[in-house]
Design a protein around this ligand. Structure first.
Ligand SMILES: [Cu+2]
Length: 215
């Protein structure tokens, strides 16, 4: 009889225990449900805010030319970089292993450096202007690629930096992408028709890309 009683109590304890667990379990999902139900309201606000920001920025182009000597044995090398900015086309030219002194530097109209640079054709001159110095004389007094001279030191190195407004790499009235940058043998004296700068000792084709392509 006592055993029966203990067994009965035992059953009650077990039963109440499971009853307690059974009673607790639903409380957990409720708490979760409450937690998730409080989150969605701020979350739904975020997409509403983010729809304000997608102002698609203008894709600014960049260009690059690798300058090489125009004859097989020439040691001349260099780079020219071009970047469309809000202030205009930012141009940076660096050359090496070039005889010291001033050397004419222009954009020529064609897309090839073959035939000792002669395949580059004449100066890029979309407005049939006279030859001059573009940074000071502008498009009415100079060709669109009349960058003047690059000064080379005793170490054979030279750098030229320019910013030219209203010059483009791929659209508009004055596009220099796919054309050539030509380094001349002699100084550009700004005489007509092309500055008496002599032969073409360095040349590179301007390849166009985009700022956002950089990885
Ligand atoms: Cu030239």
């Amino acid at each position: 009889m006592r055993r029966l009683m203990w067994n009965f109590i035992g059953v009650l304890v077990v039963a109440s225990g499971t009853a307690v667990f059974a009673a607790k379990e639903p409380a957990v999902p409720k708490a979760k449900a409450n937690a998730t139900s409080t989150k969605p309201s701020p979350v739904t606000v975020v997409p509403a805010k983010s729809t304000v920001t997608p102002a698609t920025p203008a894709r600014l182009r960049t260009g690059q030319a690798v300058i090489r000597g125009t004859t097989p044995k020439s040691p001349v090398s260099g780079t020219a970089t071009f970047a469309e900015t809000s202030e205009g086309m930012k141009i940076t030219v660096q050359v090496a292993k070039v005889p010291p002194g001033k050397h004419g530097l222009h954009i020529h109209e064609h897309d090839s450096c073959a035939d000792q640079g002669n395949a580059a054709g004449g100066h890029y001159n979309p407005e049939s202007a006279k030859h001059g110095l573009l940074p000071t004389e502008g498009f009415t007094g100079a060709h669109a690629g009349d960058f003047g001279n690059i000064e080379v030191g005793r170490d054979g190195m030279g750098t030229l930096e320019l910013t030219i407004p209203d010059l483009s790499l791929a659209d508009g009235r004055r596009t220099i992408g796919g054309r050539t940058i030509v380094l001349h043998e002699k100084e550009d004296d700004f005489g007509q028709p092309t500055g008496n700068a002599g032969g073409r000792i360095g040349c590179g084709v301007i390849i166009v890309g985009y700022d956002d392509d950089e990885r």
